[in-house]
Design a protein around this ligand. Structure first.
Ligand SMILES: Nc1nc2c(ncn2[C@@H]2O[C@H](COP(=O)(O)OP(=O)(O)OP(=O)(O)O)[C@@H](O)[C@H]2O)c(=O)[nH]1
Ligand SMILES: [Mg+2]
Ligand SMILES: [Zn+2]
Length: 318
């Protein structure tokens, strides 16, 4: 459903109204734990959740947003303003529309699995998004109990560990990696992303055995295109920290901010680019390009460079 575009003037008016509201005493503040249709579930304090409507024209409100709410008549509450965000994770849907996913997060958990087979182009898009937003990224490889298979986790290790990314192999079946995973979440607001069927809700449910979280059953999981989780939901973890489980919607890809040089989202290319002859080198076919040199010498992984080129051509054609 395409949202109506707002003019600059309308945006300014809405922002001014929100700003005035944030500074008034006439409201309570809360944390958005879910947003479904026109209803928002807001937590006022631990364990106290209220169902709210939204004042029109506020734009997207997502899990992790802090909002100002007002009690109306009939005990009905309305979200009146979104408090300023630290960051906003976005993705692009199958129609090219940018959609907000979660706000104020400190950590992006990119969930891959032994099955379905990992897509390293998607992984590089997620890593790029995280780099652009200044959010810590962690790579999870779930269903490790299904090894041996055609997926080779060591390939993922060999490419991404030298770049400084943490990788955790997990299994909700055998508990492997779950202690490390749990520890990694303490004190963080983490969002679990990845394609449908990798086990995001299973991991969430493992940590929150008292919550009812829908997980695909085995036969559903084998059906192509089955999406079990329909809306994102924020959960508090008993050991401290919050976790947002998101739906692995098909045809979605992470949002890449084309206004910034793409190569800055590839750590090894950013580092190498200091040695390029031109400061605005795109690392395509320019002379004395340190990135291309790094690829030919095997210092930069060719698959990462190919994914960079693919993203660059997608950005140019959009
Ligand atoms: N063998 C094995 N199966 C797992 C593991 N984790 C999840 N599964 C199975 O994988 C299937 C998909 O799990 P979900 O947790 O629903 O996957 P999801 O990523 O939340 O999927 P969406 O909500 O559609 O995005 C289910 O049948 C799970 O039982 C694991 O560690 N090992
Ligand atoms: Mg799910
Ligand atoms: Zn270059």
């Amino acid at each position: 459903m395409a949202k109506r575009r707002l003019s600059q003037q309308q945006k300014k008016r809405i922002e001014a109204a929100q700003s005035a509201y944030r500074h008034s005493d006439n409201h309570q503040q809360g944390l958005v734990v879910s947003h479904q249709g026109g209803r928002i579930l807001v937590e006022l304090e631990p364990g106290i959740l209220i169902d709210c409507k939204i004042k029109s024209n506020l734009g997207s409100i997502v899990c992790g947003d802090k909002v100002a709410i007002e009690a109306g008549t009939n005990e009905e509450h309305r979200v009146m303003a979104i408090l300023p965000r630290e960051n906003l994770l976005q993705r692009v849907d199958g129609f090219g529309q940018v959609r907000a996913v979660a706000a104020n997060i400190t950590q992006l958990l990119i969930c891959l699995a032994v099955s379905p087979e990992p897509n390293l182009f998607l992984l590089d898009q997620y890593l790029l998004s995280a780099e652009q937003q200044g959010i810590e990224a962690v790579i999870l490889i779930n269903k490790i109990d299904l090894l041996p298979s055609t997926t080779d986790p060591f390939e993922i290790y060999s490419i991404y560990q030298p770049l400084g990314y943490d990788i955790i192999c997990t299994s909700v079946e055998t508990d492997q990696g779950m202690t490390e995973f749990r520890q990694r979440l303490i004190g963080q607001l983490s969002v679990l992303s990845g394609v449908s069927g990798v086990g995001k809700s299973s991991l969430t449910s493992y940590l929150l055995p008292n919550e009812t979280i829908k997980i695909a059953n085995i036969s559903e999981a084998n059906e192509e295109g089955r999406h079990t989780t329909r809306t994102s939901r924020l959960y508090h973890l008993t050991g401290g920290g919050e976790l947002i489980d998101t739906p692995g919607v098909r045809g979605f890809s992470p949002f890449v901010d084309g206004a910034r040089p793409l190569a800055h989202g590839f750590r090894e290319m950013l580092e190498a680019s200091g040695g390029c002859r031109f400061h605005n080198c795109q690392h395509l076919d320019e002379p004395n390009c340190a990135v291309i040199d790094g690829v030919s010498k095997g210092k930069i992984t060719a698959s990462r460079y190919q994914n960079y080129l693919k993203m660059l051509s997608q950005e140019k054609s959009s």
